[in-house]
Design a protein around this ligand. Structure first.
Ligand code: ME8
Length: 635
């Protein structure tokens, strides 16, 4: 049996210093899209992601929280794994640099490079940027600050090991010159070449001023520099030194997908380490642009990070993935705003794609009793549609091969527009009035279903649940989870007789007004008008004991609570089901707004409201810890 072609793709391993934002999610979704595409093409894909857990930055953050680094990281890593699950990321492994399988490889490689004389001990004196975990020389600083993030740098003077990187500079330049695919997009290559030409210095690869790292195997006063440690994940995860079969199967990597911020580490430091240990270089390092906010970069300190979990809960995973992939044009930066996200969903997904599917389904139900008819004689207009489908397939494939993801979506959406236009040109509603045109009407329906089948296959890498959801309306696929890419390149695979039924809209239109209201509501919340003490006293706040609690059926946000307030029993419906399990609340004493007008929520009468604090991400119900009796007043 012929062996399957392999494809090894990686994301950067993220710092678990905090929860990830949609910028990080971009890289992982883009990588997932490529991995899924390659699997659909029949490749044996290995898609790797993970976390970069050592270094001073992580140690400091954990210390600030008063926690052991590993305790702190474990929690964040759990959230990261959850996030990838939620975003339907199909990574084949998740490597953590604190795992033994990784640390052993780092030690082995450090020792090997040392033994062959490419690592030597000396003294380091220079500037260090902790957030970037990078050393700089005096001349590299910009106004005395880090040239990358512009934050303050620290002067370090310590005994250190150095990696003889300069020795490999010429070979690296030759490699870049002879392999134009090595650094992509093209525009990024010059930046790297100029940097190398301006003179590579040897790299400081150990530190002695903190302990949170892999100890240097022959001198445990030192820990290995976090980038030297981190880059090696691409080898350790596929069994370097422990599983030769697996390692030889996947190495060299086909692509390291990264953000442009870490290009130099991947296009200079990493290849020179690989040269030193005698391994072939990855075939490609692809540096994509940044996802920016109107005010610039997303950062925790600016307080402007966007949490992907919130967006997925609001708009669905397919739509968020589509938006991210579409937004960053090939190698360029892109902008994020919730308004742009909504506009994109409404125009591309609700209007164009969703409508195409629901209109077609509606007509097959109306004109053919919900059974897809067969196609008939082709007219010029049909040839035209088929021609577009073929072209779109070619173009989408080429763009994906080049990792031009937004280009791939633009190409694919051309077929959606063409098919919508095909409906208008053929005016099926007029054909339906004339019994003699029944065959033509049948052809039109068949051609539409075929176009949809092709579009759905092409969109599966980016919107993995789409084919399955759309199958509920037009059952185009026997198994929507096993689609083959090449089937989008063939016209006529769809079998007449397929069942069609009315379904939920795939992408409901989002009312932008809701967002505006939410935002002005948010502003109002921050600057509420003042109230007098008398006005405040009109609100009757009481301690209430939770005596029972259950999830409301058919409403994933709501819990039904039974409360004891003095001698009285109350039922309250509360929108906290995503944050609390019912049993967590039973027995707790909470604060009830007792004189709130009762209101029916999903058919259940809610007699009041319980107080909870929220920062937009988490929610905490206010509780009373002491013996104060249920029914007592809160003021
Ligand atoms: O650099 N837009 O980890 P990191 C697009 N641990 N992509 C963004 C982004 C944005 N606004 N913000 C982050 C590290 N990214 C190292 C990597 S690899 C051996 C070690 C993406 O948590 C982008 O791909 O700072 C960037 O390179 C990556 O997240 C860095 O994540």
């Amino acid at each position: 049996m012929e062996e399957k072609k392999t494809y090894y793709i990686t994301t950067p391993i993220y710092y678990p210093s905090d929860n990830l934002h949609i910028g990080h999610a971009y890289t992982t979704v883009a990588g997932d899209c490529i991995a899924r595409f390659k699997r659909m093409q029949g490749y044996d894909v290995f898609y790797l992601t993970g976390t970069d857990e050592h270094g001073q930055k992580i140690e400091r953050v954990a210390r600030e929280k008063g926690m052991q680094p590993i305790k702190y990281i474990d929690k964040i890593v759990r959230n990261i794994r959850e996030l990838w699950k939620k975003m339907l990321i199909t990574n084949d492994d998740f490597i953590r640099t604190t795992e033994k399988r990784h640390e052993e490889v780092v030690k082995k490689i450090f020792q090997k490079v040392y033994d062959q004389g490419d690592i030597y001990i000396s003294e380091y004196e220079g500037w260090y940027c902790t957030p970037c975990e990078t050393f700089f020389t005096e001349r590299q600083l910009v106004d005395g600050n880090c040239p990358d993030c512009r934050r303050k740098v620290e002067m370090l003077k310590e005994e250190s090991y150095f990696f003889n990187m300069s020795k490999y500079a010429r070979r690296l330049l030759e490699h870049i010159d002879q392999n134009p695919q090595f650094i992509q997009p093209d525009s990024r290559r010059n930046e790297v070449v100029n940097f190398i030409k301006s003179g590579l210095e040897d790299l400081c690869v150990s530190r002695t001023t903190f302990r949170w790292g892999v100890p240097v195997p022959f001198n445990d006063k030192h820990v290995v520099y976090v980038w030297f440690d981190a880059l090696i994940n691409y080898l350790s995860a596929i069994g370097y030194g422990s599983d030769d079969v697996k390692f030889n199967k996947y190495w060299p990597a086909d692509v390291h997908l990264i953000g442009k911020d870490i290009l130099r580490f991947h296009a200079i430091i990493w290849p020179t380490i690989l040269m030193a240990i005698g391994l072939p270089l990855p075939k490609q390092v692809f540096g994509h642009g940044w996802l920016l906010l109107e005010g610039g970069k997303m950062s925790k300190s600016k307080g402007n990070v966007v949490d992907p979990v919130v967006l997925i809960d609001k708009y669905g995973v397919d739509a968020v993935r589509y938006y991210l992939v579409k937004e960053l044009s090939f190698g360029q930066d892109g902008y994020y705003s919730e308004e742009m996200l909504i506009n994109r969903i409404n125009s591309d997904l609700a209007n164009d794609l969703g409508n195409l599917i629901s209109r077609t389904a509606g007509m097959i139900i109306r004109y053919f009793g919900g059974v897809l008819p067969g196609g008939g004689k082709r007219e010029q207009i049909d040839e035209d549609l088929i021609g577009t489908a073929e072209q779109v397939y070619q173009e989408a494939t080429e763009k994906l091969e080049k990792l031009d993801l937004s280009g791939y979506l633009t190409a694919t959406m051309k077929l959606v527009s063409r098919a919508n236009k095909y409906i208008d040109e053929n005016e099926p509603w007029l054909l339906a009035r004339d019994e003699n045109k029944k065959n033509r009407l049948a052809s039109v329906m068949y051609n539409l279903a075929e176009s949809i089948r092709i579009v759905l296959i092409l969109l599966t890498p980016v919107m993995p649940t789409l084919a399955e959801r759309s199958n509920k309306q037009i059952k185009l696929f026997a198994d929507p989870n096993r689609l083959k890419w090449s089937e989008a390149g063939q016209w006529g695979l769809c079998k007449p007789g397929i069942e069609v039924s009315k379904g939920e809209p795939l992408f409901p239109r989002i009312d932008i007004k809701n967002l505006e209201e939410e935002q002005t509501g948010e502003e109002k919340k921050n600057q509420k008008e003042q109230v007098s003490i008398e006005e405040f006293a009109r609100i009757d706040l009481r301690v209430a004991e939770v005596t029972g609690c259950e999830k409301m059926e058919g409403a994933d946000k709501l819990l039904i609570l039974r409360l004891k307030v003095g001698d009285e029993e109350r039922t309250v419906v509360s929108g906290i089901a995503r944050h609390y399990q019912p049993q967590e609340l039973i027995g707790k004493k909470v604060v009830l707004v007792a004189n709130l007008k009762p209101a029916k929520l999903k058919g259940v009468l809610s007699e009041g409201m319980i107080l909870a604090a929220s920062d937009g991400r988490g929610i905490e119900v206010l509780t009373i810890q002491s013996e104060i009796a249920p029914g007592s007043r809160v003021s």
